[in-house]
Ligand binder design. Sequence first.
Ligand code: ATP
Length: 342
Amino acid sequence: MSLSIQNLNKRFGTQHALADISLTLGASEFVCLLGPSGCGKTTLLRIIAGLMQADSGTVGLDGRDLAALPARDRGFGIVFQSYSLFPHMTAAQNIAYGLKIRKTAPAAQAEAVARLLALVRLEGLGDRYPAQLSGGQQQRVAIARALAVEPSLLLLDEPLSALDARVRAGLRHELREMQQRLGIPTLMVTHDQEEAMELADTIVCMNNGRIEQAGPPRELYLRPRTRFVAEFMGHGNLLPAIEAALLLATAPDAADAQPALPRDGLLCVRPEHLRLLPRQGGAGRIRAVVFLGARQHVRLAWRGRELLAETDGSIAWEAGQTVDVALAQAEHAWVPETRGHA
Ligand SMILES: Nc1ncnc2c1ncn2[C@@H]1O[C@H](COP(=O)(O)OP(=O)(O)OP(=O)(O)O)[C@@H](O)[C@H]1O
């Protein structure tokens, strides 16, 4: 199965909700659409699902244009943020719903429901109504219901965001395991960068209706191509060329010829790539320390700029201490100064 989206555009009045979006999703791939509120993620998902029409562009499945195919005939499984279960049906009846519509034989329905209840770890709870289940359990039922029809594509719209942090982290992990085991190509909308990093093979980072960058999580984190991606994928210390040169001089391969610094552009240094060395009269002064156990976040003033460093928990840094600031690795990304598509 491969999904291919070509040059999709969608306007709401003067709002360009999707501007020339193209992307592909391959067999067994988990793709996360990541971006801030209003960037067009849900609009894109709804168009793929067939719940909304694009103004122009195509959505194709294995080379077949889906434009004329209504949502119910696309064979996709969809899970929304709100649990959207049928309240008057039990968990088992919710899961069996799509199979009943397809007139699957009752014995096969019962077999599928039992298998899916086990898959989402709800054995024994099939007779409960949604109101008798926790939020996390309801969302498991919604996932099982989406999987029951053996979809060719799973579409998830912020399925975990209504859950509390612990339930969310657990279900996130299970969702990834389940997706890998079943090998169902999956497209998930999220505005949570950590969630996208944990789940996705490919992150599609969106801003203002456009794709800023698409690639594996590591690539977007370490090689952001725009300032927007650098800032959205986690804290980035963004340094103009003159200050960057001072830090680059401390990089592990500084003795080798450094490539010429770009005249404009910002060096993106992730907090864990900064190394602090205690030294009286050093150029950095520690402003604040947040101890997180295995890690700690150290805010420091350095040459008139605030930097965030992340170190392991072994050294007890203290506010007021002066330090030298160095780079822990040689390679860092340069991004344009502009914020991307404003
Ligand atoms: N039916 C609609 N009518 C008018 N404008 C809409 C409609 N649906 C979405 N929009 C606008 O299109 C833009 C993209 O919306 P969309 O819901 O796709 O964003 P999103 O990235 O999913 O945001 P969120 O994370 O808040 O759900 C927003 O500016 C939104 O206000």
